[in-house]
Design a protein around this ligand. Structure first.
Ligand code: SAM
Length: 240
């Protein structure tokens, strides 16, 4: 298993586990002193550690050697209009698994759902990092309106705008034409809310230079389906 910890990591460091972590490793995964656990903190790479039980329910992790050097955060920005919290959990996890290094909620005119719980979003991102084996913790900046979010993107960054109104064409060719696969630009992906983008939002998005409006086919996808579809595409055609 891989565990995200806050503390600095080096050989010999002893990491006291909280009750939930100790219970998960000892009783859920039934790990013993000879079963290594991989730990990472998002800064010092990945390290091998061993469980040392302390008392009936407690355990520490003794860090021994580094297994992987730290890798930088992926340069793929995932911009999305928030969904209801259950689906937001799913969407945050899929975005991380599919290579997003920055997950930014954008507020659009038809955005539904209550205020976004950013702690929950960040916790989902860390959990997804543990599960999918990345070492850099995705950045989850505070939500902002669509306009400032677009203005905040560096001009050289190619924005892939998921537009269900775009003519259904070959998305692979559209991506290849928009970017040089040999030197893929830094990417950003934008998916709208369940209620779609308003006309003036759509016009503002299309007006941004270095933006490709991508159809994901003739059917209307749920926003979280569109997320997985477009991230799969951009990774396959332009990914690292
Ligand atoms: N306009 C949609 C409708 O009529 O129901 C509502 C938006 S759709 C549920 C949510 C988002 O997923 C859209 O804003 C778009 O970003 C993306 N999306 C859904 N289907 C798509 C498609 N076929 N091609 C490209 N993007 C799509």
């Amino acid at each position: 298993p891989r565990l995200h910890v806050e503390s600095d990591l080096a050989a010999g460091v002893v990491l006291p586990l909280d009750r939930a972590q100790a219970n998960y490793l000892l009783n859920v995964l039934r790990r013993g002193p000879d079963d290594p656990v991989l730990v990472f903190n998002g800064r010092d790479g990945e390290w091998r550690a061993h469980l040392v039980q302390t008392g009936r329910k407690g355990a520490d992790l003794h860090v021994s050697e580094r297994t992987r050097a730290q890798t930088p955060r992926a340069d793929l920005h995932y911009l999305f209009a928030p969904l209801k919290s259950a689906r937001l959990d799913y969407l945050a996890q899929k975005a991380v698994e599919m290579g997003a290094g920055t997950i930014r909620p954008v507020i659009t005119r038809y955005t539904q759902g209550e205020r976004i719980n950013m702690d929950r979003l960040r916790a989902n991102a860390v959990e997804a990092a543990e599960q999918c084996g990345i070492l850099a913790i995705p950045d989850c900046p505070e939500p902002e309106k669509l306009g400032p979010a677009l203005a905040g993107l560096a001009p050289e960054r190619l924005l892939v705008f998921c537009d269900e109104d775009a003519p259904v064409s070959d998305p692979v060719r559209a991506l290849r034409e928009a970017a040089d696969p040999a030197q893929p630009p830094p990417l950003a992906v934008l998916v709208g809310p369940e209620g779609g983008f308003s006309d003036d939002e759509r016009a503002a998005i299309r007006a941004r230079p270095n933006t490709v409006a991508l159809s994901l086919g003739p059917r209307i996808l749920r926003a979280d389906t569109a997320a997985v579809a477009v991230l799969t595409l951009v990774q396959a055609v332009l990914g690292d």
